[in-house]
Every structure is written in C-alpha cells, then in structure tokens.
Ligand binder design. Structure first.
Ligand code: NAD
Ligand code: COI
Length: 333
C-alpha cells in the first residue's frame, strides 16, 4: 500500500513515523506542501491521500485523483467547506475526516478568548508596554454574571457549554438539530432571535454552509444586545467582516475574538513579518484593542494533532484494506 500525505508539518512528523513503523508493506511519503496546482501531480502511483489544508480541493484535483487511481482521500481535520464534494462524488473518490480529534482543544481556546475579551488583556498589555499600570477604565465583568449564547451544539459547542457551566455562566443555545440531553436541561431558546436578544456574548460552533454565509451581518447585529461580545472559532465566512467593523464602531459589538476570518488564506499560518498586508478589512480589525485575532489555532494542541494524524491514517488504511469507510464525508457505493 502506498500513501501520500500533504501539508505535513514538523510537529506532525513523529506521529506519522510512529504510525508507519507499526505497519508492514506500507510506503508513506510525507510532503510539506499542500495540495495545489503545483503539487497535485505527485499523487501518481499512490493508493490514498492523507491531507490537511484550508485551501480549496478543486474539481480538477478530483479528476486527477481518479486518473491516478487514488482510492481514498482522508483529511486530517473536521471542516469540509473547502472541498468540492460534488466533484469528489462525480470522480468516485471517497472522503473521510476526523470529526472529533479533540473538541476540548477548541472549547478551551474559546474560553481563553472569552476571558481575554472580558478581562481586557489586549488593552492592559498595550498600556503596560508604555509603563502605564493604571486600572481605569478597563474594569471587567465576570463570566458568572454573563449570559452566553452558544450557536451550534455539536461536539465543540457541547464541550464549550460544559466549561461555561463550570464557570457559572448562564448558558443558552441554539441549534436547528437539538441535542436531547441539552434539551432536558432547558438550555435551548425558542428562536435564534431570542439568543441574539439575551446574550452578553455569542460563540459560534457550526459549520460554514451556503445558507449561513454572512449569518452575522448588519441586520443580525441589530438584533443583539448593545456591547455584545462575539467569538468565532468556527469559520470566517459566518461573519460579514465589514458589517462587524461598523458594529464595532457604533459600540453595538463590544469586542470580538476571531480565530477564523473570511479571507484568512493568504494571511494565517504565513510569516508576514515586515510585509504589508493588502487587506484593509483585516488591518482595520487587527489594530483594534477590543478585537483579538488569532491565526486559526484553536485546534493546535499536541493531543489534537496526534489524533488528527493517527485517525486520518487509520481511516485511509482501513478503507484500503477492508473497504470499510470510517468517518465518511463522501461515500461511494
Ligand atoms: P459538529 O458537526 O459536531 O456540530 C455542528 C453543529 O452546528 C451541529 O449540531 C449542527 O446542527 C449545528 N448547526 C448547523 N447550522 C446551524 C445554525 N445555523 N445555527 C446553529 N447551529 C447550527 O461540528 P463541530 O466539530 O462542533 O465543529 C464546529 C465548527 O468548528 C465547524 O465550523 C468546524 O469547522 C470548526 N472548527 C474550527 C477549528 C479551529 O481550529 N478554529 C477546529 C475544529 C473545528
Ligand atoms: C478543522 O479541523 O476543521 C479546523 O478548522 C482545523 C484546521 C487545521 C483546518
């Protein structure tokens, strides 16, 4: 069996090496680059692909996979919004993902960012750089005095709810597909508008779909409490960034923590030190002292990375040896 893994970082290599050392007659090629127009032709001669990227998996890549005889594409992450799923089906390429490599990783990061927002850590850090050690005006609220709205109660949303409850927050939630346990706890609001109206902070934990493109826009911001805090560790396209800027200017939104940004691809996970960033919307958000931007790192823990590598490799291996498709994203009959 021959597998090729793309987008392999140094921190992932030990897990790849350990996994392959336990297999016989298995060749594994590790490629640091992502799948792109420049690298896609490297798949020739392999049986399966194991990849991780937020850049698009385009139709022509699936055409090339079919032509090269690739039997499975196993992604090492959760989100599938960057994959042309129709093209995968049309070209008979089954896809697997890793749906729960560590919901706690993202949940803990969500709480970290919420705490940083309410404790004004960016403002205090900036003041202290100038040896300004005064308290005022950056007084904080407390999580146990807040109502937090959780949108999306899947794996990550549920992990966030547990942590918030542990901290004593009043938690309310919205999800079109309600979870029975949470329903019994009476956490769900009757409508998403009720969540907007009641929440001091709103945290997003749902996938990016066409229907939810710019779900947070000038109209939805109007329905929220004045000074609401927004946390987005889900996907950047859920928020209309220009509308967010207007809402921050007016004070409608009191602060935001963005681990994902709708135009993040040319910026996140690149070293742009000393370079001009040609994205005025990003630059506007980045310089604000009540906006925390992080480069899509909520997932980035050793536990999560180990699981992403091992589970994705297991999915590819199982499919190629038994035909059984674990964690199916695209199923081919
Ligand atoms: P999940 O599939 O387990 O749960 C998603 C939930 O969202 C589901 O219960 C679904 O019913 C709900 N949902 C769908 N549309 C909704 C809507 N309009 N309003 C409210 N809820 C809605 O997914 P998950 O594993 O919990 O992942 C959540 C998000 O986090 C995804 O966007 C994923 O890509 C993202 N993510 C980000 C990182 C990161 O590093 N920042 C890491 C992993 C996952
Ligand atoms: C995901 O797993 O969907 C993430 O957002 C993590 C990222 C490395 C792609």
């Amino acid at each position: 069996m021959k597998l090729i893994a793309f987008g392999v970082r140094e921190d992932e290599r030990p897990y790849f090496k350990e996994w392959v050392s336990q297999k016989e007659n298995l060749e594994l090629k590790l490629v640091p680059e992502l799948i792109s127009d420049e690298t896609i032709d490297q798949i020739k001669g392999f049986d399966g692909i194991v990849s991780l990227q937020t850049t698009p998996y385009k139709r022509e890549y699936f055409e090339k996979m079919k032509a090269a005889g690739i039997k499975v594409l196993s992604i090492r992450n959760i989100g599938i919004d960057n994959i042309d799923l129709e093209a995968a089906k049309d070209n008979q390429i089954p896809i697997t993902n890793v749906p729960a490599y560590s919901p706690s990783a993202i949940a803990e990061f969500t709480i970290t960012q919420l705490m940083q927002l309410i404790r004004h850590t960016k403002q205090f850090n900036e003041k202290m750089q100038r040896q300004d050690f005064r308290w005022e005006p950056n007084i904080s609220t407390q999580i146990n005095q807040m109502t937090i709205g959780v949108m999306g109660t899947g794996r990550i949303g549920r992990a966030v709810i547990k942590l918030l409850q542990g901290l004593g927050a009043t938690v309310i939630a919205y999800d079109p597909y309600e979870n029975a346990e949470l329903k019994a706890e009476k956490i769900y609001v009757n409508s998403v508008d009720e969540l907007y109206a009641k929440s001091d902070a709103i945290t997003l934990h749902m996938p990016a779909t066409k229907d939810d493109y710019h779900l947070f826009n000038s109209e939805t911001f109007k329905k929220m409490k004045d000074g609401v805090l927004i946390i987005n560790t889900a996907r950047g396209t859920l928020i209309d960034s220009k509308a967010l800027i207007t809402a921050l200017d007016s004070g409608k939104v009191g602060g935001a923590a963005l681990d994902t940004y709708e135009h993040e691809l040319p910026i996140f996970n690149h070293n742009l030190a000393g370079k001009k960033i040609n994205d005025e919307v990003f630059n506007n958000l980045y310089k604000r002292d009540n906006v925390l931007i992080t480069p899509h790192i909520a997932f980035y823990t050793t536990e999560a990375v180990k699981n992403m590598v091992n589970v994705a490799l297991d999915c590819a291996y199982t499919y190629l040896t038994t035909g059984k498709q674990n964690n199916p994203v695209v199923k081919i009959d």
